[in-house]
Design a protein around this ligand. Structure first.
Ligand SMILES: [Zn+2]
Ligand SMILES: [Zn+2]
Length: 347
């Protein structure tokens, strides 16, 4: 294995904002791993919709390098790291560090108030080399190719976490608005594996075919079907047990019309609009439960990787070159991507 160079190629964002553009630069210093940290040479990275929100300044980003679905190999060790980690294939996720001692970490580290995130406040995976603490480092099973594993690290893990947090029992009805997208197509497979009946909501013939092929019980086209009426028909008039909402404000507003009393809505789609939520009166009238969910925990990821190893969850991936990243981000911003785009990192 060649020792890391002094400088590297990275997709550099000068500053986030509505007209922000990334620059491919070749003069970014390669960082050195500190105590209990490793240096990872990345081979590929998924591109997530939240990267687009960060880039455009819609969500806070304080680093110049985005990305949080990276796969690569450990090429250098900081002090305190075990030698056996060298050359291991690992994943770099959104949750970069968490304190692991606070009261929140004891419950769920993804809510840690002291966390740092790849591509948000520490440099992410749109570069050749990145630093990662040993704590929380994910080993990638041999059975999975790097390109098929990358989307599991954020899209897949977000779905595993959010579906788990819906608290359903086997055989109950789950609605997934946005089921045909990068997160949704993994969510359909994960929910099916967990034993839930999935009502996929999206639009277009290709997304219909995809969702039904992946195991959705029913597909509803929000541009054609009366979604509220159809969901009620399927659920004895009560509505769905849970909704994991991946869509925009309109999808949230519609979801309240088909969520049953005592049902759970899990918020995943990044919508800043408070008008998408019901009033406290409506909440109590229907005994609804609302849960916010970013990504899943380390335990969730272990379970998800096992599903993927067994071929039960497969990411639909379009592989692109690093130079095409800007174009990929623009297409994502226009919701033109089905499944997930993974870009190769230059050697
Ligand atoms: Zn993401
Ligand atoms: Zn903590």
């Amino acid at each position: 294995m060649n020792p890391p160079k002094a400088t590297q190629t990275a997709a550099w964002l000068p500053a986030p904002g509505p007209n922000a553009r990334i620059q491919i630069r070749h003069d970014i210093p390669v960082p050195s791993p500190g105590l209990n940290e490793v240096l990872v040479k990345l081979t590929c990275t998924g591109v997530c919709h939240s990267d687009v929100h960060n880039l455009l300044g819609q969500t806070p980003m304080t680093t110049h390098i985005g990305g949080h679905e990276g796969i690569g190999h450990v090429v250098a060790l900081g002090p305190g790291c075990s030698e056996h980690l060298l050359s291991k294939r690992v994943g770099v996720k959104w949750l970069h560090t968490y304190c692991n001692v606070c009261e929140i970490c004891a419950l769920d580290e993804t809510g840690c108030p002291h966390q740092h995130n790849s591509g948000r406040d520490v440099p992410g995976t749109f570069q050749q080399y990145t630093i990662h603490p040993v704590e929380g480092l994910t080993l990638i099973p041999e059975e999975l190719s790097s390109e098929s594993a990358a989307p599991l690290l954020c899209a897949g893990l977000s779905m595993y976490g959010s579906i788990s947090r819906a608290g359903l029992k086997a055989g109950e009805w789950l609605v997934l608005p946005g089921a045909g997208g990068g997160l949704g197509h993994l969510g359909v497979q994960i929910a099916r594996e967990m034993g839930y009946k999935v009502i996929a909501v999206d639009t277009g013939e290709r997304k219909r075919e995809l969702c039904l092929q992946l195991g959705a019980s029913v597909f509803l086209d929000f541009k054609i079907d009366d979604v509220e009426m159809k969901v009620r028909e399927l659920t004895n008039g009560y509505g769905a047990h849970a909704v994991v909402c991946l869509g925009g404000a309109a999808a949230y507003k519609q979801a309240w019309g088909y969520l049953r009393n005592c049902g759970t809505l899990v918020c995943v789609g990044l919508v800043p609009d408070k008008g998408a939520m019901p009033s406290p009166f409506e909440m109590l009238q229907h005994s609804w439960r609302v849960v916010g969910s970013t990504v899943g925990t380390g335990k969730h990821l272990e379970a998800l990787l096992r599903m993927a190893e067994e071929g039960k969850v497969i990411a639909r991936v379009e592989v692109r070159e690093f130079e095409e990243l800007e174009d990929v981000l623009e297409r994502l911003g226009r919701y033109e991507i089905e499944g997930r785009v993974v870009v190769r990192i230059p050697e």
